[in-house]
Design a protein around this ligand. Structure first.
Ligand code: 3H9
Length: 646
């Protein structure tokens, strides 16, 4: 079937794009649209054209799968120009998302109309590139420079109502898009047409505007190159003639398309889309999730309950007594109040979220829950007692999950009737914010239960990654190796502050030592002590020495660094230097790149061991874990990708 078809409605032609799944601008589609312009230009019966898409969305952009290959004609910028130069006015009728090249095609049209609920945007920077078919040149002519800078450098789409207020679209309709677009086109023909976008003026801001934007964009980009290069293109668009700005944008697009950052971001793009639907679960039907229980209202439990409520799932929150229950509900209330303050939820939505939580100490309230997630204290006896009670309280087919981060899920599940419904669901704190969800089946876990874990991941908009069972699963196991690698450098004489600075320069928000000071050194210490008490041979770490000296991090006024009272700025610590003096055996100087290369290499080496043992299914899964759970810079593609390019 052809990807472009033409039909008639009186003297208006309707060009329908049908290129599933997202109408991406493959070569066949570009050719089809080009031919449609030629055909309709030559047809004297046609006075205007409505461009509309079949399926779930308007054109969602260039076809990203073509990016590694030689470009084929017709090129997208030429197609956009051709539509703009059409003898009849084209009206883009947008539903779903008009993104990247899709929105550029829409800007080549004389008018853009959208349904409520549609969104438009230029997300190219999130793929490490800039718009390559006039996005940086036409957007300022349509919506002004300020709005164009926001749209292009953030890559974030805007909803139809906002797009209307910015001038990005001309009308927004409720109801039948095609009928409304046809009526709009007919009406437009009764008036003088506006000039094509290329002919519209653009007011150039002064140098101070660009300096200020450059600072803001650099800060938000955190090392990513594309947003700053996009800003350069926008400045050129504001200050140079159209053709010159187009040539500049095209060159920047081609440069970046071949860059390491773009390759990394494409890798992440496809990994994220593959993760929620693993191939080996094709055909496994998940259990429908209509209601859920959460056991434990501490930081993790409340965060998980909040994530479930954000997805509209009714929650029963269970605690051991009324006091703990009240604390749990207060935790949950705190999360929603915070969301209201940050403008993420309205007061009414926060109230509705709270109203969807049943708080009780009675496990019988879980008799009809489809899923129960345990998030109680990390102690095997406590967890097993919870599952004993769930075994009698819940339906035999309800999925029972543990949120353990270090315990062996097989031990937690021991003795549970119907163990095929048991699974580990490892959330990351704050659980309503962090996107990573490690899904850990035990040998008895059925495909249906596993598929339910992934379905939950999709409902909560998480990035679900399956992990086999080992200490720390994928993420915390790599974290342990990373920290050990950093400690080894300290022993060799590399300054603590130099290591943190190197990892920040690499793109992490924090280095490994600052991060431990923030989270507290005692958690990992207690785990090591537990393992030692159980007879395991766990060598002493530098962190152990600090914790024993009561340096547990910011909360005790010092950890790897000192902190002035009430301050969070780390200061190199003479006390730490003294405590560790006899463990530091060298005086190594390393430049920041070498430090980062070494530590990322350590992560990748652990990742390879994890793959060899079958704990992770693919290097891409490990990359997703690090990006979405541990702050690895997205534009580096994750440790496995970065190491493969080093
Ligand atoms: C660009 O346009 C550059 C131009 O400025 C210049 C050029 C010269 N290409 O996300 P989903 C696949 S850059 C190829 O699960 P949803 C995706 O892999 C582009 N494939 O759906 C998946 O495949 P599979 C700028 C694509 O309903 C399937 O479609 N545009 C593309 O949750 C479904 O995807 C973007 O960055 C693509 N562009 O969300 C838009 N997009 O089924 C990126 C998707 O085999 N796309 N696929 O796993 C999106 O944001 C979402 O896909 C969208 C739909 C919101 C549209």
């Amino acid at each position: 079937m052809s990807v472009v078809t033409i039909s008639r409605n009186g003297d208006i032609a309707v060009v329908t794009v049908d290129n599933p799944p997202v109408n991406a601008l493959s070569q066949a589609l570009r050719r089809g649209l080009w031919d449609a312009v030629e055909t309709l230009d030559a047809d004297p019966q046609v006075r205007a054209v409505v461009l509309i898409c079949a399926g779930r969305t308007f054109i969602a952009g260039a076809d990203v799968t073509e990016f590694g290959k030689p470009p084929l004609e017709p090129h997208l910028p030429d197609l956009v120009d051709r539509i703009e130069a059409a003898a009849k006015p084209w009206v883009a009728a947008i539903h779903g998302s008009a993104l990247g090249g899709g929105f550029e095609v829409a800007m080549g049209c004389r008018f853009r109309v959208a349904v409520e609920g549609a969104s438009v945007g230029l997300p190219e920077v999130s793929l490490g590139i800039v718009p390559g078919a006039s996005g940086t040149v036409r957007t300022p002519r349509l919506a002004g420079v300020e709005a164009a800078v926001d749209l292009v450098t953030s890559g974030k789409p805007v909803k139809a109502a906002k797009a209307l207020s910015l001038g990005l679209v001309d009308a927004v309709f409720a109801g039948d898009l095609q009928a409304n677009a046809l009526a709009f086109a007919r009406d437009a023909l009764t008036r003088e047409l506006p000039p094509p976008v290329l002919a519209r003026p653009v007011a150039a801001p002064d140098a101070a505007f660009w300096d200020e934007k450059r600072k803001a964009v650099a800060k938000a980009a955190k090392g990513a190159e594309a947003p700053l290069r996009a800003l350069d293109c926008l400045r050129k668009a504001a200050e140079a003639p159209f053709a010159e700005a187009m040539a500049f944008e095209r060159q920047t697009f081609l440069d970046l398309r071949a860059s390491d950052q773009a390759a990394a971001l494409r890798h992440v793009f496809f990994a994220e889309r593959a993760a929620p639907r693993p191939a080996h679960l094709k055909g496994a039907d998940p259990l429908p999730l209509r209601s859920a229980g959460v056991i434990g209202g501490g930081t993790m439990g409340a965060g998980i309950a909040a994530a479930l409520r954000d997805a509209g799932i009714p929650v029963t929150l269970i605690e051991r007594d009324d006091e703990a229950l009240a604390r749990g509900m207060a935790n949950l209330r705190g999360i929603f109040d915070g969301a209201v303050k940050r403008g993420k939820l309205s007061e009414a939505q926060a109230e509705a979220h709270m109203a969807g939580v049943t708080a009780t100490t009675d496990y019988a309230a879980l008799s009809d829950a489809d899923l129960v997630i345990e998030a109680v204290f990390e102690e095997i006896g406590v967890k097993r007692a919870v599952f004993d009670r769930l075994a009698t309280a819940c339906r035999a087919d309800a999925v029972l999950a543990t949120n353990t981060s270090y315990l062996d899920p097989r031990l937690i599940a021991e003795g549970l009737p119907h163990p095929d419904r048991f699974i580990g669901l490892h959330f990351f704190s704050p659980a309503n914010v962090m996107r990573l969800l490690e899904i850990v089946p035990v040998p008895e876990t059925s495909d249906r239960t596993l598929a339910t874990g992934f379905a939950l991941g999709r409902m909560l908009n998480k990035v679900p990654v399956q992990s086999g069972i080992c200490e720390g699963f994928i993420g915390n196991r790599i974290l342990k190796r990373y920290r050990a690698g950093a400690e080894t450098l300290v022993r060799q004489g590399v300054a603590i502050a130099d290591i943190d600075a190197a990892m920040r320069a690499y793109g992490f928000a924090m280095g490994p030592f600052e991060a431990q000071d923030l989270g507290g050194l005692d958690i990992a210490f207690l785990q090591r002590e537990g393992a030692r008490a159980a007879g395991q041979d766990v060598p002493e770490t530098l962190g152990d020495i600090l914790v024993r000296a009561n340096r547990k991090g910011q909360k005790t006024g010092g950890g790897w660094y000192d902190y002035a009272p009430g301050e969070r700025r780390p200061q190199p610590s003479a006390a730490v230097a003294e405590l560790l003096a006899d463990r530091i055996t060298g005086r190594t100087q390393m430049d920041p790149e070498a430090i980062a290369r070494h530590l990322v290499g350590e992560m990748a080496a652990e990742g390879r061991a994890i793959l060899d043992e079958g704990i992770a299914a693919s290097p891409a899964d490990i990359d997703l874990v690090e990006i979405h759970g541990y702050g690895f810079p997205r534009w580096r593609g994750g440790p496995m990708f970065a190491a493969s390019r080093a």
